[in-house]
Structure formats: structure tokens, C-alpha cells
Design a protein around this ligand. Structure first.
Ligand code: PEP
Ligand code: MN
Length: 339
């Protein structure tokens, strides 16, 4: 249920409505808009009609039942797009286009520093790199763990780029949060609700990747888990879904961008690397994603893809990444985005 406050409603009226929502056994979540405040009442779906009576309270404009199972993620609760401020002038959402780039896995000091400097020079504003790797095979490289996080922090110090890195296990949330500027939830963990709830209690942005068989509704419900715990800084990432096609590693669902834009205020980024699985296909999918209206890209870049510990075939070389970034400028302009 959404409680829309009147334009001129004051703080006391807002507080009274919140109090009443709690008395009725629901949790109020206030969204502060530019002209008015809106309260999402979250709780047991059954019996929610009792909230309808709040319409008579001073300062309340109307009470709108919403049919969508997600609320805080919805455009109904927050019509204007969310912008996430990473500091240092890096904004995600709105009319900003963010490019995150770096290796699949952190492998060595030399590798991460070389990549960080190269992607920064090409215009990326966030460095990616996995320290904990969720691999399909238990025999594949599992990541450098805390040593990898330390190397990412070193690369941030050297370049000023904020870092995004994956947390695989709830047990490691505090550790990863000590180093990361954005914590990534991988496709395989999209419905690890225990992990999502923990991330919801953090004061750090979360990059939530769509699972390979996740519907848009399920995707937004997973985002809702994080939002409902209080963390409003969620970035959605489409990274390809599993289809019958085998020419690409996954099938990039570009239509997820406009669909998500209709449903949610959260920023949407595209990962063309895991979506395609082949470096040669990555640039065209970057252009297409920006044309479709995404808020950013997360691209795998490796100085020596032939030697990469993971995902070499889909990693761009620094020169290829720089060429893609140059061409991307024109698409950003047409899409009305600042790169
Ligand atoms: C990754 O970003 O390296 C990764 C493992 O991605 P995904 O979870 O989308 O497979
Ligand atoms: Mn990867």
C-alpha cells in the first residue's frame, strides 16, 4: 500500500501517519520526493485494506493499493530515477553513463594496476575485479580472496577509481565491505535471500546481477529484499539469460532495459561480457545497451586475455576497450547521457 502525502504536509503529519502505520502492524518506508513524500507500507499482504483508512488523516492525499509485489523498487513509490553518488564526482543513474571495467579476477599486483591505469585512461570511472569467484567448477580458480581485495584497494589508491567486487558468501560480507565501494551480487546468488538481507543492512551500494533464469519480477523482488532492510542504493545489472542459443554464452536481454525503466527507479547497467562470452561481440552490445537507455556498463578488460585465470575469451584488451569507449561517446550523446 502506498500512502501519498499532500504537497504541503508537514513533519508532524508525516510522523503521525508513520506512527499509525506501525500501530496497524506495518513497516513504513518514506521516500522523500522533490515536491511530496510518499510512504510505502510493507507487511502482511492480507488485511492490508485497513490501511485505506489513513486517507482521512491530516496531510494524506490518497492511499493507493499497488498490485506489484515489489514496492520500494517500484516507480509507483518513487517516480523519479534514483541516482547513486559514489563520491569523487562519480554518479550512477539519471543522465549519467557509468562505465565499470577491469578483469574478471584479480590475479596479481601487476595485472590489476596495469588494467586499472588503462581503463581509467580510456574513461572508465569504476574498477571491477573479482576476489571471490563463484565458479561453475570447483576445480576452477576460486579467486585470491582477501589478498585480492588488498590489491583492489591498492589499485584504487593508485588511480582514484572506486572498486566493485563480488561477495559470494554471507560470512564474507563485513570483510568485502571493508574494501569495496560497491558490493556485487553474482548471477548465481540472486536468490540467496540471507545474503541479500545482510547487504540490505550495509551502507554501501550494491550491484545486483540478474540470474540466468530470473524473470524481471523475481529480479525486482530480490532488489526489494535489499531495499526493505534499509539500503536504498541498489544498481541492477542485466548480464544475459540462459536460452537455447549456444553461439553466445548467454543471451543478452536488451529489452530488460526499457522494461526495467518502466517498472523501477533503480539504475540499470549492462554486462555485455558475461552476456556474450566473446570479446569480439562486446563492443556492439555496449553500443546497443546505451542506445536502449541503460545507465552504465560493466566490461571485462584484461591486459593479456590469453593468460587470464578466468573469462579470458570475453575480455577486451586495453586497446580494444579504449577504441570501444571512443565510439561509445556518440551513442551516449544520442541517448542523452553524460559519459
Ligand atoms: C563476474 O562478474 O565475474 C561474474 C561471475 O558474473 P555473473 O555473476 O554475472 O556470472
Ligand atoms: Mn567473469
Amino acid at each position: 500500500m502506498i500512502i501519498v502525502m499532500k504537497k504541503g504536509a508537514d513533519k508532524e503529519q508525516l510522523a503521525e501517519v508513520k506512527k499509525r502505520i506501525r500501530e496497524l502492524g506495518y513497516k513504513p518506508h518514506v521516500i522523500h520526493g522533490e515536491t511530496r513524500n510518499v510512504i510505502g507500507a510493507v507487511g502482511d499482504e492480507r488485511g492490508k485494506s485497513v490501511l485505506q483508512a489513513l486517507e482521512s488523516m491530516p496531510g494524506v492525499e490518497n492511499v493507493v493499493p499497488i498490485l506489484k509485489p515489489y514496492k520500494l523498487a517500484s516507480r509507483e513509490v518513487k517516480p523519479e530515477p534514483s541516482t547513486i553518488d559514489l563520491g569523487g564526482g562519480v554518479l550512477i543513474g539519471g543522465d549519467n553513463l557509468v562505465v565499470m571495467a577491469g578483469p574478471c579476477s584479480v590475479e596479481s599486483e601487476e595485472q590489476i594496476l596495469e588494467t586499472a591505469h588503462a581503463v581509467k585512461a580510456a574513461g572508465a570511472t569504476v574498477l571491477r575485479g573479482g576476489a571471490f569467484k563463484p565458479r561453475t567448477s570447483p576445480y576452477s580458480f576460486q579467486g585470491m580472496e582477501e589478498d585480492g581485495l588488498k590489491l583492489l584497494a591498492l589499485a584504487r589508491e593508485a588511480t582514484g577509481l572506486p572498486i566493485v567486487t563480488e561477495v559470494v558468501n554471507p560470512r564474507d560480507v563485513d570483510l568485502v565491505a571493508r574494501y569495496a565501494d560497491i558490493l556485487q551480487v553474482g548471477a548465481r546468488n540472486i536468490q540467496n535471500f540471507a545474503l541479500l538481507k545482510m547487504l540490505g543492512r550495509l551502507d554501501k551500494p550494491i550491484l545486483l546481477k540478474r540470474g540466468m533464469a530470473t524473470t524481471i519480477q523475481e529480479f525486482l523482488m530480490s532488489a526489494e529484499y535489499i531495499l526493505a532492510e534499509g539500503n536504498r542504493r541498489v544498481i541492477l545489472c542485466e548480464r544475459g539469460i540462459r536460452t537455447f542459443e549456444t553461439a553466445t554464452r548467454n543471451t543478452l536481454d536488451i529489452s530488460a532495459v526499457p522494461v526495467l525503466k518502466e517498472q523501477t527507479h533503480l539504475p540499470v547497467v549492462i554486462d555485455p561480457s558475461h552476456a556474450t562470452g566473446h570479446a569480439s561481440l562486446v563492443p556492439s552490445m555496449c553500443y546497443a545497451s546505451v542506445a536502449a537507455g541503460c545507465d552504465g556498463l560493466i566490461v571485462e578488460v584484461h591486459p593479456h586475455p590469453e593468460k587470464a585465470a578466468s573469462d579470458g575469451p570475453q575480455s577486451l584488451r586495453p586497446a580494444e576497450f579504449a577504441a570501444m569507449m571512443k565510439k561509445l561517446q556518440a551513442f551516449a550523446e544520442v541517448a542523452g547521457k553524460k559519459l
